[in-house]
Design a protein around this ligand. Structure first.
Ligand SMILES: Nc1ncnc2c1ncn2[C@@H]1O[C@H](COP(=O)(O)OP(=O)(O)O)[C@@H](O)[C@H]1O
Ligand SMILES: [Mg+2]
Length: 330
């Protein structure tokens, strides 16, 4: 069985200055095995990006890891010093963000930017670097890479820019790529092509991928396993296909109900009522309870623990306990 490349245990991340309030990530745990594609799904503001940034050592200045462990390939990343981190960033772990334009420097040519990360981590000659950059641009499906090498970012379409970012992310053959909403800014046909490219990279180089999206249908196209995050908690976790076909948490059901599809065209989408709570509100009980249609008093008093309810399937919801009690009686 493949080993875990990344193990996150009891990770809590807080924002400085609002200490008395809820953390933005509340003691989450999950693992990603070597070669796996794992998804994190949840509405905007649930703590997906903050989780990703903490792995990469890129948390904003006012955010801090309060507790927990991020073990990557045997190295503890939580509390690691800057120098050690720099050796890993871009080489063993790389990140692809949503906005390809803001991730690229508009004043530097594509070739130079993609080659920069090689320059930081390896001692290749300029010519060797150029050859590797051109090969990688070709690898990510960009036509005429020799010409593109001297282009500036504004001369490329959004989809092409995202391919350039992916080229940057894979050129050092990292063990882990974190892709934070990499297709959200792209239109659907381009989106599918980028997903295909990520799949191909995973297959060819055995790169482990942590893929983040607010859209469960996108996660379903790509990810082996998924964690569902709500307001800084993992509320459901499992094999993507199972979660998609047999969601248990009301939040996951809501996310699935919000997916637009051809069959549902014209019908009103089941949107989840209400919105993700602000981090300035202290949470008691289940964070989702105020938006949930299946609550009892307990849900508002005490946070449900995440428990295993089936093969590789975990849920943090009291209703699973209630249902199994009912089944046991019957
Ligand atoms: N630098 C920051 N300062 C204050 N609050 C922040 C900061 N970054 C993120 N947050 C808050 O943390 C929560 C989680 O944010 P984020 O991880 O970006 O969510 P997601 O990626 O799931 O949309 C949100 O409530 C957001 O407003
Ligand atoms: Mg985000």
């Amino acid at each position: 069985m493949a080993q875990e490349l990344l193990s996150i245990k009891n990770l809590s991340i807080g924002i400085n200055g609002i200490n008395e309030c809820s953390d933005v990530v509340n003691g989450i745990s999950f693992g990603i095995k070597n070669g796996e594609i794992m998804g994190i799904v949840g509405e905007s503001g649930c703590g997906k990006s903050i989780t990703a940034l903490s792995i990469m050592g890129l948390l904003p200045k006012n955010a801090m890891i309060r507790e927990g462990s991020i073990l990557f390939n045997g190295i503890e990343l939580s509390g690691i010093n800057k120098e050690e981190l720099r050796k890993i960033q871009g080489k063993d772990i790389s990140i692809v963000f949503q906005e390809p334009m803001t991730s690229l420097n508009p004043l530097i040519t594509i070739g130079k930017q993609v080659g920069e990360v090689l320059k930081i981590h390896f001692k290749f000659t300029k010519l060797e670097r150029k050859t590797m950059v051109i090969d990688t641009l070709k690898k990510v499906g960009l036509k005429s890479p020799e010409e593109l090498y001297d282009y500036y970012p504004h001369q490329l379409s959004g989809g092409m820019r995202q391919r350039v970012i992916i080229a940057m992310a894979i050129i050092c053959r990292p063990k882990l790529i974190i892709a934070d909403e990499p297709t959200t800014a792209l239109d659907v046909t381009v989106q599918d092509k980028i997903l295909d490219l990520l799949k191909e990279i995973n297959r060819e180089f055995k790169t482990t991928i942590l893929f983040i999206s607010h859209d469960l249908s996108v996660i379903n196209k790509l990810c082996d396993n998924v964690v569902v995050m709500y307001a800084g908690d993992i509320v459901e976790e499992g094999i993507t296909r199972n979660i998609f076909n047999n969601p248990v948490h009301e939040y996951t059901k809501g996310l699935i109900g919000s997916i637009p599809s051809k069959e549902k065209k014209g019908k009103r989408l089941v949107n989840i009522k209400g919105k993700v709570p602000s981090i300035t509100i202290k949470k008691i009980g289940c964070g989702f309870a105020p938006r949930c249609d299946n609550t009892t008093d307990q849900c508002f008093l005490e946070k449900p623990q995440i428990i295993e309810i089936g093969y590789k399937h975990k849920v943090a919801c009291y209703s699973t306990k209630r249902d199994s009690d009912i089944n046991n009686v019957g």
